[in-house]
Design a protein around this ligand. Structure first.
Ligand code: UN1
Length: 487
């Protein structure tokens, strides 16, 4: 029994008709039951120069549109997203396998970033700087950059595009989007929504927001082109190692949002009720497939047994199954490959002396999907498998004695996205915030569920990029220092 209409009705509600969904070579499957949703026509790599040229033509027009007027287009996009929220959220569930509330939550993030960007369109402020020369003034001014490529992953199939696109559009940049091959339908649906906003806006140039569907060769074309000054790429560290150097080779700019291996330190004074809720939410939410998912629990020896026992009990009550049912909390992994990687990681953890709780294939879930019980693994130490990001619901628990030791463990991984501490001790909290090496460091709240208002991203192998809120917009613009002699 599901609480969503059938797949065909969801696709139709999102404006995706049969002519769009058939006749191509890219098969799109639902992680819910493995059923085929569509066979899409892919963008040939040979078409990329024309796509980029269209974006450049759009740029020639859009850069001269006053920024608050550009904001009006994003305001309309936000309105259209509000109207389409239920349908697009349902499609996220169908195509990415997220539970209903997460599908809707993702669309809400899109709406929020549109609101943020509308305000920003009147606040692209520069500085005035005191000149050392008499009769001179110095200013810093911000200018549109040019076409921005956005490469996104399956796990946030629509929100990540909007974090980039809403900012890029108000900053004066056209956008070329290459979504994951696993989730192109939600991208097509977003384009329909964008087209409605553009039609209401009236005179947005053709080619302002484009979508290309296909594999790594399209990403390679975008990364290599000097006519695409900015490439914002979200995905694995492996992908970032290809895209980053390729863009750098031609002195382009990139925003990289790569792997995370996020930890929570639980100190002796922690409010354990609060910690348990935060751990479950951030470790099993989106079936452990967020880049901000909690993967490592670093717990003081004095509370470790008690906390792990409570977590094992909480995990045993988690409803794993069809993400379309309102009662489900853990949906499927994206595909069988993901499940196999999870099982391999659990095997390696066992071989390292880990004690695995859960992690079995879930019973009673729809056939054809990769459903698994989230796992907690008590580890004797931070072995190689713990230091890797496995994109699945595995939570490694380790003990510590001193805060120094805990922070050292937290930092001793190649990734640096999100981190947190649960403590009621102000000294410990501040000490942690000074010393966590991550882009996100929290106190008494888990590592996932970042609000759009903050700059989102991380250090080390996470790639160093920042997108979404705060002053992340500056990456989408070109800065000029102007000196004017009026003497
Ligand atoms: C991601 O997994 O790519 O903080 C981003 C969060 C979400 C974003 C996750 N707002 O969990």
């Amino acid at each position: 029994m599901t609480d969503l209409p059938a797949a065909a009705a969801i696709l139709t509600a999102c404006g995706l008709d049969a002519s769009l969904l058939t006749g191509g070579s890219l098969a799109v499957h639902s992680p819910i039951d493995g059923s085929e949703l569509a066979r899409l026509t892919e963008t040939p790599a040979a078409a990329m120069p024309a796509v980029i040229a269209r974006a450049q033509s759009a740029f020639a027009v859009w850069r001269h549109v006053p920024a608050p007027r550009r904001g009006e287009l994003v305001r309309l996009l936000g309105e259209e997203l509000r109207a389409a929220k239920a349908d697009l959220g349902a499609l996220v569930t169908l195509e990415a396998g997220k539970i209903l509330s997460e599908g809707l939550g993702e669309v809400q993030e899109m709406i929020d970033i549109c609101d943020f960007a509308v305000g920003l369109s009147r606040q692209l402020y520069g500085l005035t700087i005191a000149s050392e020369r008499p009769g001179h003034v110095m200013r810093e001014t911000w200018h549109p950059l040019g076409p921005c490529a956005v490469i996104t992953a399956f796990n946030f199939p629509v929100a990540v595009w909007s974090w980039n696109a809403a900012l890029a559009l108000v900053c004066g940049d056209p956008v070329i989007w290459k979504p994951s091959e696993k989730t192109p339908l939600t991208a097509l649906a977003c384009m329909k929504i964008f087209e409605r906003a553009a039609a209401r806006f009236g005179d947005a140039p053709e080619g302002l927001a484009q979508l290309v569907i296909g594999g790594a060769d399209l990403g390679a074309a975008l990364s290599a082109s000097p006519d695409v000054p900015l490439v914002s790429a979200t995905g694995s560290t492996r992908m970032g190692r290809i895209v980053g150097p390729e863009v750098a080779k031609r002195f382009g700019k990139s925003i990289l949002e790569l792997g995370g291996n996020n930890a929570m330190i639980v100190a002796p004074s922690a409010d354990l009720d609060m910690a348990v809720r935060a751990i479950v939410f951030s470790a099993v939410g989106t079936a452990g497939q967020r880049c901000t998912s909690l993967r490592r629990l670093i717990v003081h020896h004095s509370v470790k047994d008690q906390l792990v026992e409570r977590l094992i009990r909480a995990y045993a009550t988690l409803p794993v199954g069809d993400p379309r049912a309102a009662t489900t909390l853990v949906g499927p992994l994206i595909d069988a490959g993901s499940l196999a990687r999870m099982q391999t990681a659990l095997e390696r953890a066992r071989a390292d002396g880990g004690l695995v709780h859960g992690g079995r294939t879930a019973s009673g879930a729809p056939q054809g999907g990769a459903y698994v019980e989230p796992a907690i693994v008590e580890m004797p130490g931070q072995t190689a498998v713990v230091r890797e990001e496995t994109f699945a619901p595995i939570l490694y628990a380790m003990g510590y004695e001193t805060l120094d030791e805990a922070i050292a463990l937290q930092n001793d991984v190649p990734q640096g996205l999100s981190s947190c501490i649960f403590t009621l001790n102000l000294r410990e909290a501040e000490e942690f915030l000074q010393r966590s090496d991550c882009g996100i460091a929290n106190v008494n709240i888990g590592p996932s569920g970042a609000e759009i208002g903050g700059a989102f991203g991380g250090e080390k192998e996470t790639g160093g990029g920042r997108e979404s809120g705060s002053d992340a917009w500056k990456a989408y613009m070109r800065r000029a220092t102007n000196t004017v002699n009026y003497s």
